[in-house]
Design a binder for this molecule. Sequence first.
Ligand code: SF4
Length: 235
Amino acid sequence: MLKVSRQPSGEPEIFYSLQGEGVTAGTPTVFLRLANCNLSCSWCDTKYTWDWQSYDYRREVMELSDDDVRERILAFECPHLVITGGEPLMQQRALGSIVSALASQGFFCEVETNGTLEPTLQMTKAIAQWNVSPKLTNSANEASRREVPHALRAFRDLDNAYFKFVVAEPADVDEVCQLIERHNLPSCRVLLMPEGTTSRAVLERGRWVAQACADRGFRFTTRHHILLWGDQRGR
Ligand code: SF4
C-alpha cells in the first residue's frame, strides 16, 4: 500500500501535466504525489503532504494498493512518470515493485527527493532520473537533518542523479558551492532554481540566479508551472 496525497476533490494526487522544473522541464508527464516528509522546509509549497499541525491527515492522505496506483498511472497513456511528494523515498520499499513493473513496460520514471535517504538497489535499477534537491540553511531545517553525507554520496555515484538547489538569496549560491565541495558533487549535474510560489518572485529571483549559473557553470531551471498557473495544486 502507498500513502498518496489527495487533491482537493478527494481524488488521489495522480495527474497529468508538464514537468515544471529540472532537466526534463516541459516534458508531458504523469505525476504521483506521495504523502509525508522527513524534513520541514519553511518555504515548502506542499505542506499539505506532511504538516499535520496545520492539515488534517485523514483529509489529505489516502492509502492505495500497488495495483490501483499502477492502473491509475497507466490510464493516462503517457510513459513518463514523476514521483514526488513529500519525500517519496520514505515509501521506497512499497514503491519498488511499482516502478520496476512500469520500467519494464518502457516507462521513464523520475523521482524527486531531498537527498537524505539512500535509494535501494531495486529503485536504482528502475529509476531513469533522480532529481535530488538537498536543502540549504534557507529551508530552516537543522543541518544534521538536511545534509546526510552517505545519502549524498550514493546519489553522487549515480550518473542519472541531478542536484537541484532552491536558491532564495545570493549568499545561498556560496553555500551551494561549499556543499558541492564537501561532498564532491559533479558541477555538470548541478542546477540552481529560484525559490518562489508566484510568477513575480520566480522571475525576479530567476534573473540573478540565471546569471549566477552562467558565472559558475551550473545549469539553470525556472519553475514553469508557477509562471504559467501560479501555485495551483494538480498542476
Ligand atoms: S523536503 Fe520537499 S516536501 Fe519536504 S518539507 Fe522540504 S520542500 Fe517540502
